[in-house]
Every structure is written in structure tokens, then in C-alpha cells.
Design a protein. Sequence first.
Length: 320
Amino acid sequence: MDLPRGFRSYKQNLSITLLEGPQLSNPWKLSTQLSTARGGEVGQQLAAHSECLRACMHAARLACMLTVPLVNLKGGVGKTATVLGLADAAARVSGRGVLVIDMDPQANASQCLAPDLDDATELTINDVLVADKVGGLVAAIRETPWPGVSLVPSSITLASRESDGGPTAPLRLRRALRGLDEDRFPLVLIDCNPSIGLLTVNALAAATAALIVTEASRASLRGIAETMANIEGAAELNPGLTVAGIVVNRYDARSSEETYRLAELREAYGSQVWDPVIPSRAVVKTAYGASAPVGTLNTAPAAEVAEAYETLARRLLALS
């Protein structure tokens, strides 16, 4: 039978295969072990059956928990604001918990959701990755004032993880996610820094699907193309990884340039560009400054932005 893309790289890198994260996040783990250990026709038949079993179990797991990093190699497109808006909207529309993992050393999401955070005494995602412990993420989860939204905070020390080495370095987040209560957190959103360094690779290796955030600008097409290429590359560590869609942020409908660029994006990527676009409104910055969900600000622009987040959150939740 034809093996999924990425299998050969797993087979060639048994040190990664045998040490990587949650068992069910790699449906080819057992098949690789069996085919390597047993060899021959019997071993290959066992491997094929176990591969199918792992794939089915993996699909069932993903149906319970949706893990989505928000990415773009271009900075300044508003990924953090989009993570926060989607987290609040998803918690409200689903009535269930949403976990935000802040994988950006700038820690902007953490500063908004947990303004009282003391990263010198509290566990952060940096501590989780340093420990490299299976299931270690649970200990770093903290509640936030936002109803239904929990956080694994970041800190500036996270930047040092970009230079980590070893066979499990790209898979530490996936290992740490094992044991997370999928009933409590059916949706996990990961705020990523604007690079394809080890931190973003960790997020993509742990993901169900990636969501690209962009603006309607001249640099959009190039930024999206480069981001998609890197997501495809990360599929060697996570063969089931897909691009869920493209969210256009901070769109100004009064701008002829942005109108043109949005049409350009839709021509290039079709239905992958999600509707609605998120309108550019000053109230988003106001909400961030107040450490509050934008929908709690009682103004018409706030309601407009909150409605866009809610529609997008429903589409995101439908992926599971």
C-alpha cells in the first residue's frame, strides 16, 4: 500500500520516531517500529494494519481536540489580536473552554490575558519546553479573567529555545500536550512569532491545522506563499497538517489599495480566504489596552469586530 507523505522521513529518523510526542499524534509510529523490527512480508502486513489503526485513532483524537496555530512569517499583521478575538468568540459560541498557548517571546497575548503574570515565579511555556516532559503542559495552564479562556503564558526567556537541539526539540510541544483534557479544551489556539524558527516548528508539529493571518497589502501574496511553503515542510513532522484557511485582518474597505489586494488574494487562494474579513477598527487596540474582549466594549465598532470574530470562530470550530 502507498504510505503517506512523511513516512519515509520518519523511517529514516527512528530517534525522532521513537521519542516523539503523543502516540496518537503519529499514526505511523507503530508501523515503523514493526516494519523495522520484524522485516519481511509478515512484518510489512502487520505494519500496514497497525498504520490504519493508528490513523483511525489519530482521526478520532483530532475530532475531539482542535489545535490551531495562527501563523505568518510576516510580522505586524495582528496575529495576537486575532488569537484573542477568536478565543473569546469560540468560548462564547461553544460554551466550552478554549486554551491559548503563547509561543511568542514577546508575550503580547499573555500580557493581555494575564496582566498580573509574574513570569519569574509562575510556570510559562518556556519552562514546559525546557522540561520536555510528556504531559507537562497541564501544570502551566492558568485561568484568565476572560470567561472560558485559559492560558499557557510566555516570557522573554522563550527566545532561547530557538537554539535548542536534540531529536525531540521540534516535538516538545506535541509531547507536552499529551494528557490535556480534551473535554475541557476542545480548541487550542497557539499564538506564534513571525518566523519559521524552532518555536513555530513546534507549534506546527503539534497542530491539527494552521490558520494564516494576513492583511490586504502588497506583501500579502509573498508572505502567504512563504508561510504555506514552510507549513508544507513541517508536514514531514506532522503528516496530517493542513492549512485551514486565510484570515484577512485589519481590512479598511475605504482603501482602494486594500480592496484591490483583497481581490488579488481571493483570486490566488479562492475559498481558502475566509469570510468575513476583520474590519480595521481602533477599538481593537482599546480592548487590548484594557485587557478585555473587544465584544465587551459597548460601541458599534466593537460589535462589528466581535461579530466578525464570532463568524470566523464558528467556521473554525466546524473543522473538528
